[in-house]
Ligand binder design. Structure first.
Ligand code: FAD
Ligand code: SF4
Ligand code: SF4
Length: 395
């Protein structure tokens, strides 16, 4: 791979356009499908299909073929400036958010505080995937005028497990989209609706592949497209699954129909609760063949470029592991605690969570290809012994 240009754009003339994005990210397996390039393209020539087996950008104009762009040939470079997998993206986002790159030993990225939190409001807590912290935070951000809306994951009206990006603007809408779907949802796509409504202050909820996009855009000076992202909430993530896992594994082998599922979680196993009250655990090894293509090279477990990252690892089911990363994140969490909308305690009390955070971050970093930019692999220890080709438990 050629890495003749380096971020930030201010030091070297940045000329890379769709042609380079296509060649270095989309066709090499680095593309996560985050849709950062799609929502920032000023000419609206990057399409995206939010469908089973797709979740990838493509060029709409065929004038120069699928691998080149007429606007790019005339000097437009927005898509590569917005892509959180293009060239030195980790350094770029680190420098912008923290003023330094992570130390080799900082496997889960740079942080200020590690907490376990949960919503004080019972409904938010009950509806949330773990502690309902994300739901409580979005509600608080809306009420306190930090944001006018948030880009989150809702579901299709006729399918409670087909995730789709949605814009939420009220506490009720936030509550309706709580909980985790383990298939992909490119939440940045909800930016289009927010722009049409003239909203300028938005939160993005998303896995690391998505929450790295805004800081990369800001660092590489992608322009006003990056302005509406004012708060980034990360979701810890080992992988997402193809939508086909529902019919091909859960239903075909275990008779578990998607329409009858009420809740799912991944805690060492794929856990599924059904309408009839039954509970099922499916070995994660069985699920691996449905790992979504865009996740296979992803090195970012801990959503390392969010303001606050959240996860469900640890010994307690109903608390959210909360990694406070930026000054803004710290300001918000301090105010939320003072307002009594969340309970919190130091995460270091949960040794299991601390160990898993490091282990799973290392496991994800090991997936990053050797031929790509070296930063995500810096400091990553070699595996001690091979574990029968098995991938790790997601939580
Ligand atoms: C695909 C996926 C994989 C994950 N993997 C891990 C993991 O391996 N280890 C771990 O510790 N934690 C993981 N998490 C995070 C965990 O499941 C919780 O989302 C997190 O702990 C926050 O819990 P909460 O109760 O505070 O959030 P809630 O209050 O329930 O809010 C959750 C938010 O996530 C959004 N969301 C739900 N599904 C998706 C989706 N598919 N894509 C984008 N946004 C979505 C919702 O819209 C909502 O805003 C994963 C989450 C997802 C979505
Ligand atoms: S990783 Fe995201 S921004 Fe980069 S090419 Fe893929 S969809 Fe576009
Ligand atoms: S593993 Fe998670 S963070 Fe990485 S590309 Fe897949 S969905 Fe995104």
């Amino acid at each position: 791979m050629t890495t003749t240009e380096s971020a930030p754009a201010s030091t070297t003339r940045w000329t890379a356009q769709w042609k380079e994005l296509y060649e270095e990210v989309i066709t090499t397996g680095l593309c996560t499908g985050c849709a950062g390039c799609v929502v920032t393209c000023p000419h609206d020539v990057i399409g995206y299909e939010h469908e089973e087996g797709k979740y990838k950008p493509f060029h709409i104009e065929e004038e120069l073929g699928l691998d080149n762009c007429t606007h790019g040939e005339k000097g437009c470079t927005t898509c590569t400036r917005a892509c959180p997998r293009f060239r030195q993206w980790e350094e770029s986002a680190d420098m912008h958010l923290f003023g330094r790159v992570r130390e080799p030993n900082e496997m889960s990225g740079i942080w200020r505080q590690l907490l376990l939190t949960r919503a004080s409001d019972k409904t938010q807590h009950d509806r949330g995937q773990d502690g309902g912290f994300v739901t409580a935070m979005l509600t608080w951000l809306l009420k306190n005028d930090y944001i006018e809306g948030a880009m989150v994951s809702g579901v299709e009206p006729d399918d409670a497990w087909k995730a789709k990006p949605v814009l939420v603007r009220t506490p009720d809408e936030v509550l309706a989209t709580a909980g985790s779907r383990y298939t992909y949802c490119a939440n940045p796509l909800a930016l289009k609706e927010a722009k049409e409504l003239g909203l300028t202050k938005l939160a993005l909820v998303g896995m690391g592949c998505q929450t790295s996009a805004p800081p990369v855009m800001w660092d590489r000076k992608a322009g006003k497209v990056g302005k509406p992202f004012v708060f980034n909430i990360g979701l810890l993530c080992s992988k997402t699954f193809d939508d086909a896992i529902f019919p091909e594994l859960f239903e075909a082998k275990y008779g578990l129909k998607k329409a009858d599922m009420v809740k799912m979680n991944i805690k060492g196993a794929f856990q599924i609760w059904m309408k009839d009250g039954s509970f099922h655990e499916i070995n994660l090894k069985e699920c691996h063949q449905w790992t979504r293509e865009g996740c296979k090279n992803c090195p970012d477990f801990a959503a390392e470029h969010s303001d606050i990252a959240t996860g469900g690892i640890g010994k307690d089911n109903d608390w959210t592991l909360t990694i406070v990363r930026t000054e803004l994140g710290e300001e918000v969490i301090t105010r939320m605690i003072a307002d009594g909308v969340i309970e919190s305690r130091p995460a270091q009390e949960d040794e299991v969570a601390m160990k898993l955070l490091r282990t799973l971050s290392i496991v994800s970093r090991r997936r990053w290809p050797q031929w790509a930019d070296g930063a995500p692999a810096v400091g990553v220890p070699e595996p001690k012994k091979k574990v029968d080709g098995a991938a790790p438990a997601a939580h």
